[in-house]
Write a protein that binds this ligand. Structure first.
Ligand SMILES: [Zn+2]
Length: 286
């Protein structure tokens, strides 16, 4: 793996100089564009995995057992076989609503409302906000994303109204302003348990990529010998991105951070050792 690290660092150096000569735009600026591209790709990948792959409870709110349905389904866009068809339940006459979204709740009589619980966001553990791919911490189905723009308008307007109401409350109340400014986060339910690890891991992988891109950007204008170090460190950061994705997002290991750090160390330690020795020899000779 250390060979791969050397190869990656050399490729980065060459690629950087090549692109720098090719385009009138400075190479660090091109790199700055890569981060949002990576973030978007990661976001879409996790959204699809959440919607279609990672198992979780069906969570249909209205059942005859006194708790939401616990049958396991593959992804947030699925309900179990009892709740994916519009049928009238014999026991209490409730008509199952197969299109009920995970951020909605339904009463026995069929009234649909917004659920008190929220799910998890892409990079935040309590996902209250409404984005293109998520609503209150749940993955929007594909059709919802397509029809999103008018919805987005109403949802954003509603959120701003809520902010204005909070500000008005803040002005009215002298005591308890903390509670108004930082209200208790709503409880989280109805999402795959692995998201506890996936969300911080996605965040960590974005940080690693940002650090890697920054290091590559910094190493373009500096002298070649220093640039090589910068590019090695950048490669280690990109390996960090990969290790965090593997351990935290894909495998969702309990101790993903430690495992990812171990992976990066296993890949990078021979290089670190040699570069330290090499640097010492160079400085002794120079
Ligand atoms: Zn169900």
């Amino acid at each position: 793996m250390s060979d791969f690290l050397v190869f990656l660092a050399q490729a980065l150096t060459r690629g950087g100089r090549f692109l720098d000569g090719l385009t009138p735009i400075p190479w660090p600026l091109l790199l700055a564009v890569l981060l949002p591209v990576y973030a978007t790709g990661l976001n879409v990948m996790i959204w699809l995995l959440r919607g279609r792959v990672w198992p979780l409870a069906c969570d249909y709110p209205s059942t005859t057992r006194g708790h939401p349905c616990r049958n396991v389904v593959p992804g947030e866009w699925h309900r179990c076989r009892h709740h994916r068809r519009a049928t009238r339940r014999r026991t209490d006459g409730h008509v199952v609503q197969p299109n009920l979204r995970r951020w909605q709740t339904i009463s026995k009589t069929g009234q649909i409302g917004v659920r008190r619980h929220v799910g998890r966001g892409f990079l935040r553990l309590t996902g209250r906000s409404s984005t293109l791919l998520y609503r209150r911490g749940f993955a929007r189905p594909v059709g919802d994303v397509v029809r999103f723009l008018p919805t987005w308008w109403t949802e954003t307007r509603d959120r701003w109204r809520a902010v204005r109401t909070r500000l008005a409350l803040l002005r009215a109340s002298h005591a308890g302003w903390r509670a108004v400014l930082w209200p208790q986060p709503p409880p989280v339910a109805g999402v795959a348990a692995r998201l506890d690890k996936v969300v911080p891991a996605a965040r960590a992988s974005l940080y690693c990529t940002a650090v890697g891109l920054l290091l590559v950007g910094v190493s373009v204008p500096v002298p070649r010998s220093l640039a090589a170090y910068g590019n090695y460190l950048a490669s280690a950061a990109f390996l960090g991105t990969w290790a965090v994705l593997k351990q935290g997002v894909w495998l969702a290991a309990d101790n993903w951070l430690r495992l990812a750090a171990k992976d990066v160390f296993a890949w990078a330690w021979p290089f670190v050792l040699f570069s330290v020795i090499g640097g010492a020899v160079l400085s002794a000779n120079g």
